[in-house]
Each structure stands twice: as structure tokens, then as C-alpha cells.
Design a protein. Structure first.
Length: 579
């Protein structure tokens, strides 16, 4: 053990002594690691004492071993690892169960093994940091062991043999970062072989393969980036023109778009964005935020890869096109209830070995007069406009009295900055229903009908008669706006049992913002109060039914699959969703 202690001290001294000669790059792109190690090996076979590993490390059964390793980076977490290890294995056994007269068996085996495997940095799974002081890792793989073993019975040679066997290495350890190039590590690993002859002795009874372990320390050197080549010196100088200093001029990146500055509810627009990027090359990415109640479809990406969810459109290029980038999409609006919306976008690119981002902001306003719904396609008269100062308007009686709970109506008009005549609006839209007027934020909303269920409201004739009309919801007499705002008032809060197993059928999922439960229930023919909404991370998930067994859930699934082929059964255990 004195030799082992001496070699460990030398190894650590050499590592710290190398610190002064290392570079101090802020962001090296090192792809390789090479290292050496020394340590102690233990035999776990037929011929070894029954002591604990700690006591055996400090006995004559602990033998010296050394080796080397090389690693190639696959990602910040995974490295491909190859290794070579050489050493001795020793064992002695004097106690045998059921045979007090058994001879003392000693064994000695020299070995050389090599392996190829995968090294996993567990600490980087919680966030990669290139300057982390201590890292925890594990590895596993497959390899071969070559051995030369002798066993002795009461001091007399019992068996002498050579051979090789496949083996599986597995283990882990800690890495201590010294600087950007050098690090120390301590490691324990096991070599699981496929032979019972590493110790040149096969015990009686059941046959089990021999195992040996290695515990030690080592040093790693990280390398990989290419060094700049030194300029070649000409033997005979050649006259050259004086070189003019090159001045870097950043690319002029800009966007032009026909995105409308004013939009209406439940309308469609064909939008084209042109990104002028000068002579930029290489990778690029365009990202566009999608406001609530705006929907994008038919995206044309100019050769880029499109990724889209309900809140963002992303287009990436491995190689930017040489010409200006032309993007187009169909913009569809739902029931809008804000004065303006912001569609912010960005274009990311690399220039002069630097990552850059150009941002674009586009404000879209809701039409400032009586918007969307007051423009009946069958009327040729001028549209009704807001008139906040007119105090002589003839108004229809205010209707319905404040109701408790939820109430669905059909919105036919909205006015920002004032009110309008309900009688005139009724005439322009060709309606016979009473029109109700309700304030909401800085606007007035004009609605018809009064229903307890969304499924009843969507049957109202105004939806087909008035261009842009849509269903809205009131709660305790107050205008709420978007239907998903009352999901908590509708959803089935008892759809999942707090204990035991619950089976349900999932019908929809939305990332980033919720769906309307009322719309989902109507679309798939289920009751609003039977729909459960669960939020897991950024996802809103919707399911129906409450069943004790899988077979019961399958009955509902077969019914829903007529309208919803992608429906499937999900499982909850003690109130929590099971993966």
C-alpha cells in the first residue's frame, strides 16, 4: 500500500503542477479527454476471504492496478468511452462451509482488460455548466479480459491456466475540475466476467462467474480544438500590393409585411412577410408570437422547417436561402375582445462568429367603430358607427335581468369608445330579437338571446345571419368574454377519484392556453359538466368519464371514436395521472 500511496501523491502533484501552463479560453470546444489512473483491485470469486470490501482493501488481497482511458464527446451529458486496464488479482480462502478439513486455497491472477462504453454526466442533466467544480458520473459498456491465473492448495500449485472472457464493466465516480484542461477523478467499478476461472479454481456445487472490482483515482486531460496554422514563410519574397484594412459592415436585416393594422373578429387574412438579410449565410431561425384568438395555417416557409403550437410559430433553416426570405400564412381571428394585439417576431442568425437577433413588433388593432358583427353582408347601407355623445337615441328595453350562474348569448356587435343605438343596430342587422347592451372594459358589447347551455346558444339564427357573430358567456350577469374563462365553473371537479384507480378517455390537449370546455362538449357530444381539465406543465388536457376498470372505459371510447378517432384511455392512481 506504500507504493500505491506514493503513486497517488505523484499523480496529484503532476496535475496541479500543470496548471500554470494551461490556456484560459472562455468557451473552448473540447471534444476529447484522455486520462490515466492507478488504484486497487479486489477479486470476488471462489478464492477470496469473506471480509468486507473496506477491510479487504487494507489486506494482502488488495493488488495494484493501473490503466488509461479516452473519451469522445457526444453531447454535454454523454461521452463515448474506451479504456485499458492492467493489474493483479489476489485471493485466499481458508474457511469452507461444511468442510472443516478443506485445504487453504490461494490464487493469483494477472489481467489485462479493455472495453468500450458510454459515460453519463448525471449532474449535467440538471443544467450544463462548463465550469462546474464537482461532477457525478456513471458508465457501462462491454469488453474483454485476458488473464493468467494460478491457484495453490496448501502452498502446492493446484492449477495454472490462461484464457480470455467477455466482461461487462459498470461503475461511477466523482470528477474534480482543476481548470479548463485538467481534472481529477475518483472511481469505483465492477468487471462482471463470463467465466469461473479468473482465480484458477472452480468451487463445488453451483457455478457462478467471477467478478473483480477496481477502485482508484486518475487524472483527465481535455483537448480537441484545432490550432491556427502558422503562416508559411516564402524562400523568395514576392512583391505584393499594399493590403487595405478590411472594415466589417454588419448586415442590414429588415422585415416588410402586409399584416393588417386593423382586423375583425372571425375573419381571414393572407399575410406575407419578407425578410431582407443582405448576404447572410448559414443557419437561421424566424419566430413569431401568436396572440390569443389568432390562428395561423397554410404556412409557406421558403424551404425552412416549420414548428408550431397555439402560441408560437418557429421556422428554422440549416442553410439560409440566397435571396430574401418570403414567408406567408393564413391568419384567422376568433372572437376578439381587446383593443389591440401585439404580434412580435424575431430573426436569429450568425454573423462574424457572433449570434445575433433582430426583433420585429407589429401592433394589430381591433376596428375602432362598431366592429365585425355590425357589417351584415346583405345590407348596402353605411355601417353604424359609435356615437358616445348622442343622448336622444331611441333604445329598446334593457333585457334580461341579472342572472346567477352562467348565461350564453350571441354577440352581434361591439363598440369601442362609446355606445350606439340598439334600435338602429337591430334594423341594420335585420334582427327581430331584443338586443342587450353591456359594458366590458373600454367597450360596449351588444348581444341577443339568453341560454343556459352553449349547445343551445350555437343554434341561434343570428350566427348565420350576422357576419362575424359568435357565442359569448356571462357570469352572474357580467360579461366574461372568451368561453375558456369559465372552464373552472363548468368542469367536472369529481372526475378523478382521490384514492384508488380511475380510468378516463382523453379527448383533447392544448399547449400554452386552454380550450373552451363548452365548445369541446358540444363538438364531441358530451355534457359540459362531464369534462375534466388537468394542467400538466404547459399542457391543458381534457378527458371524460369516471370508470373503475379498463373495460368500462373502452365502452365510452368506442362511442367517442366515431367523432374522435384519436381519443384514448388514460389512467389516474390516487388522484394523479399515471404515465
Amino acid at each position: 500500500m506504500n507504493k500505491l500511496t506514493f503513486l497517488i501523491a505523484v499523480l496529484i502533484s503532476l496535475s496541479f503542477g500543470s496548471l500554470s501552463g494551461q490556456s484560459n479560453d472562455s468557451n473552448p470546444n473540447y471534444l476529447w479527454k484522455a486520462g490515466a489512473n492507478i488504484g486497487s483491485s479486489l477479486l470476488w470469486g471462489d478464492v477470496n476471504s469473506n471480509g468486507s470490501p473496506f477491510t479487504r482493501w487494507f489486506s494482502n488481497e488488495s493488488s495494484f492496478t493501473y490503466g488509461m482511458t479516452i473519451q469522445r464527446k457526444l453531447s454535454n451529458t454523454f461521452w463515448l468511452q474506451g479504456g485499458l486496464q492492467k493489474g493483479l488479482l489476489s485471493g485466499s480462502r481458508s474457511s469452507w462451509s461444511g468442510d472443516a478439513a478443506h485445504a487453504v486455497i490461494n490464487a493469483k491472477s494477472s489481467f489485462l482488460d479493455y472495453h468500450l462504453g458510454l459515460n453519463v454526466d448525471f449532474t449535467s442533466l440538471f443544467g450544463f455548466k462548463p465550469d462546474r467544480l464537482i461532477s457525478i458520473y456513471g458508465f457501462g459498456g462491454f469488453g474483454m479480459t485476458h488473464y493468467n491465473a494460478q491457484s495453490y492448495s496448501d502452498g502446492v500449485l493446484y492449477k495454472d491456466l490462461k484464457g480470455y472472457t467477455p466482461m461487462i464493466p459498470a461503475g461511477g465516480g466523482l470528477t474534480l475540475r482543476l481548470n479548463e484542461r485538467w481534472s481529477l477523478y475518483g472511481e469505483t467499478n465492477w468487471r462482471i466476467t463470463f467465466t469461473d476461472e479468473i482465480d484458477a479454481y472452480a468451487g463445488s456445487g453451483t457455478v457462478s462467474e467471477d467478478i473483480y472490482s477496481i477502485t482508484g483515482v486518475g487524472v483527465l486531460y481535455t483537448f480537441g480544438p484545432k490550432k491556427e496554422k502558422k503562416p508559411r514563410i516564402e524562400v523568395t519574397p514576392t512583391p505584393v500590393e499594399p493590403e487595405v484594412a478590411k472594415v466589417f459592415v454588419p448586415a442590414n436585416v429588415s422585415q416588410s409585411t402586409n399584416l393588417p393594422t386593423e382586423v375583425q373578429s372571425n375573419s381571414e387574412y393572407l399575410v406575407t412577410n419578407t425578410i431582407n438579410k443582405d448576404t447572410l449565410k448559414g443557419k437561421g431561425e424566424y419566430s413569431l408570437g401568436i396572440p390569443e384568438d389568432f390562428y395561423l395555417s397554410n404556412v409557406q416557409s421558403n424551404g425552412g422547417k416549420v414548428t408550431q403550437d397555439s402560441t408560437r410559430l418557429t421556422i428554422t433553416w440549416d442553410e439560409l436561402p440566397t435571396e430574401p426570405i418570403i414567408l406567408s400564412y393564413k391568419l384567422t381571428t376568433g372572437g376578439l375582445d381587446k383593443e389591440n394585439y401585439n404580434m412580435s417576431g424575431s430573426f436569429s442568425y450568425a454573423e462574424n462568429n457572433e449570434n445575433k437577433v433582430k426583433t420585429f413588433n407589429n401592433r394589430v388593432n381591433l376596428k375602432s367603430d362598431v366592429v365585425a358583427q355590425n357589417q351584415n353582408a346583405n345590407q348596402n347601407a353605411n355601417p353604424v358607427t359609435a356615437n358616445p355623445t348622442n343622448t336622444n337615441q331611441q333604445s329598446i328595453e334593457v333585457g334580461p335581468l341579472t342572472k346567477a350562474g352562467l348565461e350564453y348569448r350571441v354577440q352581434v356587435a361591439a363598440v369601442f369608445g362609446g355606445t350606439t343605438s340598439k334600435r338602429l343596430l337591430q334594423k341594420r342587422l335585420g334582427l327581430t330579437d331584443e338586443i342587450y347592451e353591456d359594458s366590458y372594459k373600454n367597450s360596449y358589447r351588444y348581444t341577443v338571446g339568453s341560454f343556459q347551455k352553449y349547445s343551445e346558444a350555437v343554434q341561434h339564427a343570428a350566427l348565420s345571419k350576422v357576419n362575424g357573430a359568435y357565442v359569448v358567456v356571462f357570469k352572474d350577469g357580467k360579461y366574461i368574454g372568451q368561453l375558456e374563462n369559465v372552464n373552472d365553473d363548468i368542469k367536472d371537479t369529481d372526475g378523478v377519484k382521490p384514492s384508488g384507480t380511475t380510468y378516463k378517455v382523453q379527448i383533447a390537449a392544448s399547449k400554452g392556453r386552454p380550450y373552451s370546455i363548452a365548445k369541446l362538449a358540444y363538438k364531441y357530444g358530451v355534457e359540459e359538466t362531464d369534462v375534466t381539465e388537468d394542467k400538466i406543465g404547459d399542457w391543458f388536457q381534457y378527458s371524460v368519464g369516471t370508470f373503475n376498470t379498463m373495460d368500462e372505459a373502452k365502452s365510452l371510447l368506442s362511442t367517442l371514436k366515431v367523432k374522435l378517432p384519436e381519443a384514448y384511455i388514460i389512467k389516474f392512481v390516487d388522484g394523479k395521472r399515471s404515465k
